[in-house]
Design a protein around this ligand. Structure first.
Ligand SMILES: [Cu+2]
Length: 174
């Protein structure tokens, strides 16, 4: 029977090997996270825009989304719109965990990527890169399609709501 110390040395070797393979697999791990249907609801006059996308964890481990950034926006945060006593508010979210082989969606009125302090020249029709950051240091960068304030989703067909009631304009709502 091995002594206590040889057991712990073996355990340490195992941990070291595990850490090494995790490091080597870093890019493959990131590739296992899919970001699709990525779009931004642009607002005029330098107003903060909402970023929306579906994030799928195709890995065998939970992943934790901890932030985002974009070269086109001065500040980017993860937000969630919450309704309390009939009032809609946005709260900052530190992290969003996604279970193995599950996905989560950033959608208007729920989780969204708050894109603040836009650089000049961003307009509907463009594509803007946004990098999603995950716990452990992985990042995934995807082009987000910039859409009009009346858009409700990515792509022309489902996006533009014709004759939208001005009372339901998104305005500052994300
Ligand atoms: Cu927000």
């Amino acid at each position: 029977m091995p002594s206590r110390s040889s057991l712990s040395r073996a355990a340490l070797r195992g941990l070291a090997a595990g850490a090494l393979s995790l490091g080597l697999l870093g890019s493959a791990f990131a590739a296992g996270i899919q970001v699709t249907d990525a779009w931004i609801r642009w607002l005029p006059a330098g107003l903060p825009a909402g970023g929306y996308a579906k994030v799928t964890n195709d890995t065998a481990k939970e992943v934790k989304l901890i932030g985002a950034s974009s070269p086109k926006y001065g500040m980017v945060m993860l937000h969630q719109t919450v309704n309390k006593n009939g009032m809609s508010n946005m709260v900052h979210v530190d992290a969003i965990a996604i279970a193995p082989h599950k996905s989560m969606a950033f959608t208007p009125g729920d989780y969204h990527i708050m894109l603040m302090d836009p650089k000049p020249g961003i307009e509907p029709g463009q594509k803007v890169p946004v990098t999603l950051k995950f716990a452990g240091g992985q990042t995934v960068t995807v082009d987000f399609e910039v859409r009009k304030p009346t858009a409700s989703g990515p792509g022309e067909m489902k996006g533009d709501m014709k004759g939208m009631d001005m009372h339901s304009m998104p305005g500052m709502q994300h």
